[in-house]
Write a protein that binds this ligand. Structure first.
Ligand code: GLP
Length: 251
């Protein structure tokens, strides 16, 4: 595991974007696994700037997003598809045909999961670079704590804390989705490179547990320790418990 210390969120965003940018420079037709949430927003903003500067291009790249809410369509403001359109897709030169999103409005969610896995299966060499955030309960994508590590794309009942974390994005009294669809561990663990981003004090305890505790499905992010090419990019606040408990690893 490669642990990259950043002083703050701005540095984390620049460093994460630099990793993705170098991936695209070395292999313009890279397959990128993309995450939503607040954490990667700064990274996406940096990538947009790099495209505008002419330093990188997404024109040959393909993308797969990790997850979506059941019931949400790309047009819904709170959907992850809309999030991606807002922060990245509408601002870079990606070919719309090369964007892969889960359809939370699919009539048959089971079929939608199979369609996504089939699409992922067509990508011969898998995902080149998978960007991940981490939930406060250790979830990656919407792989919530469980008694096993689900391998394939599947439907998930979201934990109360995960639902609560979304409340800030909804109007008061609005119904917040209680289920998600998420890529499973197979494509994530099969990615050539995994970049885990963590920012802020609210991630400090879970980051320490995931990276230094037991590998177990109750802490889904802990599985990443078995990945051969994991880079964790985190800011001082997210690293605070690790700095306290394992100072030699960071300093
Ligand atoms: C959501 C997403 C995850 C994301 C996580 C953390 O639940 N499904 O993919 O990593 O939240 O979000 P944030 O970066 O806002 O803390």
């Amino acid at each position: 595991m490669n642990l990259i210390y950043c002083e703050d969120y701005a540095e984390l965003s620049r460093k994460a974007a630099s990793v993705v940018a170098s991936q695209l420079i070395l292999n313009p037709s890279s397959v990128l696994g993309l995450a939503t949430g607040n954490t990667p927003i700064g990274c996406y903003a940096q990538l947009v700037e790099a495209v505008l500067n002419g330093d990188i291009s997404f024109s040959e790249a393909r993308t797969f997003n990790l997850d979506e809410y059941v019931g949400a369509s790309r047009e819904d403001e709170q959907s992850f598809g809309h999030f991606m359109d807002t922060h990245l897709f509408s601002k870079v030169d990606l070919n719309p045909e090369n964007i892969n999103l889960l359809d939370g409005r699919a009539k048959d969610i089971g079929q939608e999961c199979l369609r996504y896995d089939e699409k992922l299966g067509f990508v011969q060499c898998g995902i080149d670079c998978q960007i991940l955030g981490v939930g406060r309960n250790g979830h990656i994508g919407f792989n919530e704590p469980d008694d096993h590590f689900p391998l394939n794309t599947h439907i998930v009942d979201l934990e109360e804390g995960t639902i609560e974390a979304q409340r800030a994005y909804y109007a008061p009294g609005a119904v917040i989705p209680t289920q998600g669809i998420t890529m499973g561990m197979r494509p994530i663990m099969g990615a050539k490179q995994v970049i885990l981003l963590a920012s802020g004090e609210s991630k400090a305890a879970i980051l320490e547990e995931a990276l230094f505790g037991l590998v177990k499905p109750e802490i889904p992010a802990s599985i990443l320790r078995f990945h051969g090419n994991l880079t964790v990019i985190a800011d001082r606040a997210a690293l605070s418990v690790i700095i306290e408990k394992h100072p030699s690893v960071v300093l």
